[in-house]
Design a protein around this ligand. Sequence first.
Ligand code: NAD
Ligand code: WQD
Length: 341
Amino acid sequence: MQKSKIIITGGCGYIGSHTAVALQQSGFKVLIIDNLSNSQENVLDKIADITGIKPDFEKADCTNPISIKDIFSKNNDAVGVIHFAALKAVGESVAHPIMYYKNNLNSLMNILENMVEFNIPNLVFSSSACVYGEPEKLPVTEQTPLQPATSPYGATKVMGETIIKDTVRAHPELNAIQLRYFNPIGAHPSGKIGELPNGVPNNLMPYITQTAAGIRERLSIFGNDYPTHDGYCVRDYIDVNDIADAHIDAIQYMIKNNPGIETFNLGTGRGLSVMELIKAFESANNIKINYTIAERRPGDVPELWAISDLANQKLGWAAKRSLEDTLKSAWQWQKNVSGLK
Ligand code: NAD
Ligand code: WQD
């Protein structure tokens, strides 16, 4: 039987590469489109090492109408598109808003236009917990009202969801699932793929692993006087492989149910403070992290975690990796990248 083809934009990146592995292991054929602005082409070989299959690859920019039209016209047998391609650094987006709006929104509109033109019916969109801003009530569900975005990056996700909703309304033959990821962490258990931040990491997990590896002298914890149970910010850290699995469930759900547009939170339902995450990392890996308490980081909300019951009911999805395994995979990946034993 011929395998169903999925186009993954941004498939050489952190979440995309894990999703490509999971898709291939579930029997899908994968075509990756990536401009390699935040990733490397050798990820394709790593995916092949894990799955035995090297995904098809087109090096292209999703904002480029000519190249995307050409790729979609040659691949109009695809059953779906998973659209990861985006710039994602919150601070950078504040400094370079136009770059973020151009890249993230033009990519999305170009992809949608070509899905309509070439009758590719199913889209999964990478949305984000940041669409909830600072919610009045926790944990957040999909019914929790969205808040004005606190950064241009966040705005591209809020606007992206609106663009998709309007497009599906105008083209009922199109289905779309918007997945709001909370804080993805960890790496593939093989240690072959993981997160590769450019320069100094903004996110907590890679900062922790780079500190453990001696690349950073110490981790600065941004604030210890938040109105939370221990004074540190609380987030919903979720294994990247659990996030990857949800994309397969989403594609299969759309193929089966033709649902129009739906939106799901992807979290664990467990809020962990920065200090709790550090302590869990230390105990999972038997290593000490050097840290210091620093000023609050502007824009950080005190607490954010999610109920993902809807994804469980409709997609049959739930986060299932243990925190300990996730933190071990993060450290294993860092050790491999740093050439440590
Ligand atoms: P990533 O940077 O590792 O991967 C994104 C990939 O997209 C990269 O390989 C990059 O080269 C590519 N890309 C960017 N712009 C492109 C363009 N115009 N054309 C072609 N390729 C392009 O990021 P990630 O962490 O894997 O995130 C994937 C998606 O998930 C993004 O949309 C991001 O906004 C969203 N998201 C990420 C997180 C997170 O914490 N990692 C949380 C919520 C949502
Ligand atoms: C987590 C916690 C920091 C670094 C971001 C985006 C969000 C989504 C996920 C894309 C916070 C603290 C961090 C450090 C620290 N991405 N921290 N020292 O801010 O929850 O979410 O990534 O969509 O949109 O905003 O994640 O990993 O940056 O921070 O103390 O060096 O760790 O204050 O409480 P965040 P993060």
